[in-house]
Design a protein around this ligand. Structure first.
Ligand SMILES: C[S@@+](CC[C@H](N)C(=O)[O-])C[C@H]1O[C@@H](n2cnc3c(N)ncnc32)[C@H](O)[C@@H]1O
Length: 222
């Protein structure tokens, strides 16, 4: 394949939601350390957030090979010294790529220390994946995050079992018609899974377009 082929993909929603999400991240992320982004998708968020969250470092990830190519292409176009190359990471794996003794290739060649991960950011995944992805995400967060570490989620949620907007109900229906295992999740159920994995609900933020930012914090083990 010619090197001039541009693998960058585009998700228009990222242009609309990135500034409001950044505002929340600046408020809730620890001031230093490494942020692991789970399900980075196109990589547009990664190249926008990394330079603006300096001195924190940012590791983008996704299980989809085309997404990994897109993230790498966005990173080549907008390099930042605190943005790592993307890694293949599926939250449903019992051990995530980042936890293995032998780190995934790009990281094993770089000055990366896994205990520097202080936060996990996950945008628009748990409703576009089976429920097992939410379970895997929370289990991984428990294994990886230190006490005080942050898990940030963004997306549409039902509250007390009810959609918060007609547009979310329609979106839910369209998701389920594509895959019966997908669908807008109920916040109470997500919080219950998080709590079972030692994560406390720290704060929720109402975001534009009927989305929420949900911030969890890893409890101390003592
Ligand atoms: C709607 S896209 C969101 C991408 C990006 N975060 C954004 O907001 O544009 C959902 C992403 O979740 C990823 N995904 C689906 N199942 C996953 C899993 N089991 N583990 C990690 N990522 C997953 C997909 O590959 C896809 O990139």
């Amino acid at each position: 394949m010619s090197e001039s082929v541009d693998a960058r993909q585009y998700a228009p929603a990222t242009q609309r939601n990135r500034a409001p999400i950044l505002e929340v991240l600046l408020e809730v992320l620890p001031p230093t350390g490494t942020v692991l982004e789970v399900s980075s998708g196109t990589g547009e968020h990664a190249v926008f957030f990394a330079p603006r969250l300096h001195p924190r470092k940012w590791i983008p990830s996704d299980p989809n090979p085309l997404a990994l190519l897109s993230i790498a292409a966005w990173r080549s176009n907008f390099p930042a010294d605190n943005l790592y190359p993307p890694i293949a990471l599926d939250v449903c794996d019992r051990i995530w790529a980042i936890e293995r003794d032998e780190l995934p290739k790009p990281l094993s060649n770089l000055d990366f220390k896994r205990d520097e991960i202080v936060a996990i950011v996950n945008i628009n995944m748990i409703h576009i994946a089976p429920w097992s992805a939410c379970l895997g995400l929370m289990a991984g967060a428990r294994r990886i995050l230190p006490p005080g570490g942050i898990l940030y989620l963004y997306g549409p949620f039902k509250q007390s079992g009810v959609h918060t907007a007609a547009s979310n109900a329609a979106f839910d229906e369209s998701l389920r018609s594509q895959n019966p295992e997908w669908g807008v999740r109920d916040l109470d159920e997500v919080v219950a899974v998080a709590q079972s994995q030692n994560l406390s609900l720290l704060k929720t933020y109402t975001m534009p377009a009927n989305n929420l930012s949900i911030v969890f914090q890893m409890r101390s083990t003592i």
